[in-house]
Design a protein around this ligand. Structure first.
Ligand SMILES: Cc1cc2nc3c(=O)[nH]c(=O)nc-3n(C[C@H](O)[C@H](O)[C@H](O)COP(=O)(O)OP(=O)(O)OC[C@H]3O[C@@H](n4cnc5c(N)ncnc54)[C@H](O)[C@@H]3O)c2cc1C
Length: 419
């Protein structure tokens, strides 16, 4: 019996388990998935919990049992993964050693507030985040207490998971304080190491101008060095200071130290993979997908899902004695909540930045690219159900192949691209 081992049963690992169990005969291939946690968190929902918006009131809106999404015929092991020995093709865990013929790494990335001086000890008392369930619930309490003052959303450094989440946070904060009738009492600012609202120029201009319209200040080129929670200020490496009453942070993100120790990652815990085939550059028989990869596109669920198609096809090629041939183009597709029951949509890849237009059908849409519309918001709201029912189970997202892992130029205003 051959063995396919999957490390991590978040978005990526679960899609691979479902996709591969449909492809491989159970009489020939044993499939095992390992994760330290039993809860599957719908991470996009963590953004709404602090505001108690759209029915996201508590953990029941985002949490389910991981095992519900692991297909029959796949073994689930709850254990901490400690080391990959790619020469011996084994993986050490807190529950013993596992051997593999093919390995898929989908271990995601995590926040590290301890890397910013003064941040970790301040968490929960005027400093908070929304990247974990506990912190999102704590932030709900902190936001409810605010009646006036300065709320700043700080991005510590790049790359970080879900690049649009901090933008959504400031747009939703504007909506939340407007609903509470105290918007004129609360100053909202996005403090970012980037030049503007977003890393891609056309989108940055449009999203930044919407922030201007909503009286949200952007403070660019700010690389945070420390948090002083007694004096309620953050300081950059250039000694610039920004005061706050509530600091909401995206702390530094890292992949897995264990992957660095295993000789598979780039020094920040991110898997060194070929950006097209998603095969490890450091060892044979290993693929990776999702936030744990060191590729130049967003760390997002949509990307993870598109990568899964490529990894599944390439695994099948290798298993059948051929070279991996499927190529990932960096396709990313994200709704950006802008408050007032509206959202933007962006769709891009390694080479084409987000452009205005219609998605997925030219002239028809129904979704608007780089435009905040009610239909986009409805799409974002419908996404949670699609995540549990379609994405994790590796079912097609849209009929007639309208949305695939390859980005399409259909409906996009390409005249804006630099010649
Ligand atoms: C606030 C927020 C909003 C977001 N919004 C969106 C959005 O609107 N659209 C979008 O596309 N994406 C969004 N995302 C991003 C999306 O959730 C992630 O990109 C996606 O879940 C990545 O999947 P993954 O499989 O790579 O990692 P994960 O789903 O994080 O899974 C990693 C798994 O590995 C396990 N693990 C890690 N290390 C070990 C170890 N040593 N031993 C055992 N198990 C281990 C973890 O327990 C986890 O289950 C958002 C994320 C956040 C935080």
């Amino acid at each position: 019996m051959k063995k396919l081992l999957i490390l991590g049963s978040g978005t990526g690992g679960t899609v691979i388990a479902n996709g591969m169990r449909k492809k491989l005969k159970s009489s020939e291939w044993d499939i095992t998935i390992i994760d330290k946690n039993l809860d599957h968190i719908y991470q996009p929902g963590l953004l709404f919990l602090p505001f108690k918006l759209y029915g996201y009131n508590d953990e029941t809106a985002v949490r389910k049992d991981k095992k519900k999404f692991i297909p029959s015929g796949v073994n689930f092991v709850q254990a901490e993964i400690k080391l990959v020995d790619h020469k011996k093709k084994t993986v050490e865990t807190s529950a013993g050693k596992h051997s593999y013929d093919m390995l898929v790494v989908a271990l995601g990335c995590d926040v590290h507030p301890e890397e910013i001086e003064g941040m970790e000890k301040s968490l929960g008392s005027g400093v908070n985040m929304f990247y974990t369930l506990d912190s999102a619930m704590q932030l709900q309490k902190d936001l409810a207490k605010i009646e006036k003052g300065r709320v700043i959303m700080n991005i510590a450094e790049l790359p970080y998971k879900c690049p649009v989440a901090p933008l959504e946070f400031v747009y939703l904060a504007d909506y939340y304080f407007t609903l509470k009738g105290i918007r004129d009492q609360v100053e909202i600012a996005l403090v970012t190491p980037m030049d503007g609202a977003f890393s891609k120029p056309i989108a940055s201009k449009i999203l930044g101008s919407t922030m201007g319209d909503k009286n949200i200040k952007i403070i660019p080129k700010f690389s945070i060095a420390s948090v002083d929670n007694k004096k309620k200020k953050i300081t950059s490496y250039e000694k610039h200071e920004e005061p706050y009453d509530l600091l909401v942070s995206v702390p530094p993100n890292r992949g897995s130290d264990m992957l660095d120790d295993s000789g598979l990652a780039n020094g920040s815990g991110y898997m060194d993979v070929d950006p097209q085939t998603l095969k490890s550059k450091k060892a044979d028989f290993i693929y990776a997908l999702g936030d744990v990869t060191d590729v130049k596109t967003s760390k997002a669920g949509s990307v993870t899902h598109f990568m899964a198609d490529v990894v599944i096809e390439n695994l099948m090629h290798e298993i059948n004695g051929k070279q991996p041939s499927q190529e990932f183009d960096g396709h990313s597709n994200c709704f950006i909540e802008s408050g007032f029951k509206k959202a933007f949509l962006i769709d891009f890849n390694y080479t084409v930045e987000p452009l205005p237009g219609k998605f997925p059908m030219a002239g028809i849409g129904p979704f608007g690219l780089l435009k905040d519309t009610k239909i986009n918001h409805m799409g974002k709201m419908a996404f949670r159900n699609m995540y549990w029912e379609k994405i994790l189970k590796h079912k097609p997202l849209a009929p007639f192949g309208l949305v695939t892992n390859k980005m399409s130029l259909t409906g996009k205003d390409t005249s804006l691209l630099k010649k």
